[in-house]
Design a protein around this ligand. Structure first.
Ligand code: V47
Ligand code: SF4
Length: 390
C-alpha cells in the first residue's frame, strides 16, 4: 500500500486506497464515503499519488486574457455577484464588436496564447454577433486560441435562432471557436440547480452541448460550483455525470472546482466553506475523475497560498495568469481583488513548493519548461508556503 497510508484502520478507506493504487475506479458510494469520512491528510496522499502518476511534478499554466462582452444578464442565478439585471442596465456594460476587437488588439505583440470569452446572456449577443466576433479575432490573430462561452449562452442563442445544437455548434466551429470553457455547469442535481440557477439551460442540455462539441472532435472543460446549498451526494452526482460523459467522448481536458464566494449576491447569508474543505474537494475530484487528465485551480478565487497548497492535493494546473482580466470573482469577494501575476511570480510560486512550472497552450501542448529558468526579479512568492513534496 502507498507508504504513508500503511497505518490506516478504516476498512473502507483501506479498500479505496488499494483500488486507487491499482489504478481502479472508485464507485459513487466510495466517493461519498470519502467526502463523509476522508481526512485531509489521507485524501492528500491519495490524490497526490494519482497526480504524480499522471504528471509527476509538472504544473501547467497558460497565458490568457479574458473578454467579457456584457455583465447584464436575463437570468438571475442567486450565487452570481457579477450580473446586473436588465432593470439596472445602466450599472453594467455592453460592448460592441469594435470595442471588443480594440481589447483584443491591445494584446498585440504580447505573449498570450488564449482569449477566454464569457459573460451575461442578452438577446443582441446572438449567433450573428458571436460568429462575427470569433471570425474577426481569427482574421486578426489566427494563432490566438478562442475559448468561448458556455452551454448557457449557446442554448439561449440557438433557441432564439431556431437551430439545433448540432447546427449551432458546427457554425461556431466554422466561425473560429477552438474550445469551450467549463462554466455554467454549477451543480447538476435538478432540484438544487433549479433553486440557484433556475431558468437557464438544464443539466441535460449542458451535457448534451458538450457531447455534441466533443463529437465534432473538439475539446472543452468542466466545472462544479460547490459550497452553497448542495450536499456531498450532489457533488458526487455531479462528478459521476461528468465521468460518464467523459467515458463516452474523452473530450474534457480539465476539471475546475469553483468555490462559492458570498459577497454581494442573493446567497450572501451563507457562510463560505473552509480552506480545508477546498483542499478535500480538489483531492476527491482528482481521485474520482480517473478519466480526466487535469484538475485546475483558479487561483484568483482561492488566493495564492491555497493555490500552492492545492498542488499537493491533486491539482496540476493553475489558471489566472499574467494580468487577469475577469471581474467575475473580484465582484463575488474572491481573495484577489486585482489578480495579476507576472510569469516570474507564477513560476516562483510553483517552484517554491517543489513543482515544475510548464507553460502550455489551451490543448496542453508544452510551450516552455521553466524549471531551469531563473528569474532575478519577483522573488516575493518564494517560500510563501513551503511544503515537503511527498
Ligand atoms: O459558471 C459565478 C462561477 C463560472 C460565482 O474553463 C461563481 O478554463 C463562485 O467557468 N462564487 C464562470 N463562483 C467561470 C468559469 C471558469 C473560470 C476559470 C477557468 C475556466 C475554464 C472556467 O463562475 C460560472 C459560475 O459557476 N461563479 N458566481 C460566485 N459567487
Ligand atoms: Fe447570468 Fe451567468 Fe450570472 Fe447566471 S451566473 S446570472 S447566467 S451571468
Amino acid at each position: 500500500m502507498i507508504e504513508l497510508l500503511s497505518d490506516l484502520k478504516d476498512e473502507v478507506l483501506i479498500a479505496i486506497a488499494t483500488k486507487v493504487e491499482k489504478g481502479e475506479r472508485i464507485t459513487p458510494e466510495e466517493g461519498l464515503y470519502l467526502y463523509e469520512n476522508g481526512e485531509l491528510a489521507y485524501l492528500g496522499v491519495l490524490a497526490n499519488y494519482v497526480r504524480e502518476k499522471k504528471h509527476g511534478n509538472n504544473t501547467y499554466f497558460n497565458k490568457n486574457f479574458h473578454l467579457e462582452p456584457t455583465n447584464i444578464c436575463l437570468y438571475t442565478c442567486s450565487f452570481c455577484s457579477y450580473s446586473r439585471l436588465i432593470k439596472k442596465r445602466e450599472e453594467g456594460w455592453e460592448y460592441t464588436i469594435d470595442e471588443l476587437m480594440d481589447m483584443v488588439k491591445s494584446y498585440d505583440g504580447k505573449d498570450v496564447s488564449e482569449v477566454h470569452i464569457v459573460g451575461g446572456v442578452l438577446p443582441q449577443y446572438d449567433v450573428k454577433f458571436y460568429t462575427e466576433l470569433f471570425g474577426q479575432i481569427k482574421s486578426h490573430r489566427p494563432e490566438l486560441h478562442v475559448k468561448a462561452l458556455t452551454p448557457v449562452e449557446y442554448h439561449y442563442m440557438f433557441k432564439k435562432e431556431k437551430i439545433s445544437y448540432e447546427e449551432g455548434m458546427q457554425r461556431m466551429k466554422e466561425a473560429g471557436l477552438d474550445s469551450m470553457p467549463g462554466g455554467g455547469a454549477e451543480i447538476f442535481d435538478e432540484e438544487i440547480r433549479d433553486q440557484i440557477a433556475g431558468g437557464k439551460c438544464s443539466s441535460e442540455q449542458w451535457l448534451s452541448i458538450h457531447e455534441i462539441w466533443h463529437d465534432l472532435g473538439m475539446k472543452s472543460n468542466a466545472t462544479i460550483l460547490y459550497g452553497h446549498i448542495e450536499n456531498y451526494a450532489h457533488r458526487i452526482d455531479h462528478l459521476e455525470r461528468l465521468r460518464s460523459l467523459q467515458d463516452k467522448t474523452g473530450g474534457f481536458q480539465t476539471f475546475i472546482p469553483l468555490k462559492f464566494r458570498n459577497k454581494d449576491n442573493e446567497l450572501s447569508h451563507l457562510p463560505e466553506v473552509s480552506n480545508i474543505e477546498d483542499l478535500r474537494n480538489y483531492a476527491i475530484s482528482r481521485i474520482y475523475l480517473d478519466n480526466f487528465d487535469h484538475i485546475k485551480a483558479y487561483w484568483p478565487m482561492i488566493g495564492r497560498s491555497i493555490a500552492q497548497l492545492s498542488l499537493a492535493f491533486g491539482v496540476d494546473d493553475l489558471d489566472g495568469t499574467i494580468d487577469d482580466t475577469t471581474k467575475i470573482y473580484s465582484m463575488a469577494g474572491s481573495e484577489e481583488q486585482n489578480p495579476s501575476l507576472s510569469t516570474a511570480q507564477l513560476v516562483n510560486l510553483i517552484k517554491s513548493v517543489g513543482r515544475k512550472p510548464i507553460e502550455r497552450d489551451t490543448l496542453y501542448h508544452v510551450l516552455k519548461d521553466y524549471s531551469e529558468v531563473e528569474f532575478d526579479e519577483d522573488k516575493e512568492y518564494k517560500g510563501y508556503v513551503s511544503l515537503p513534496v511527498v
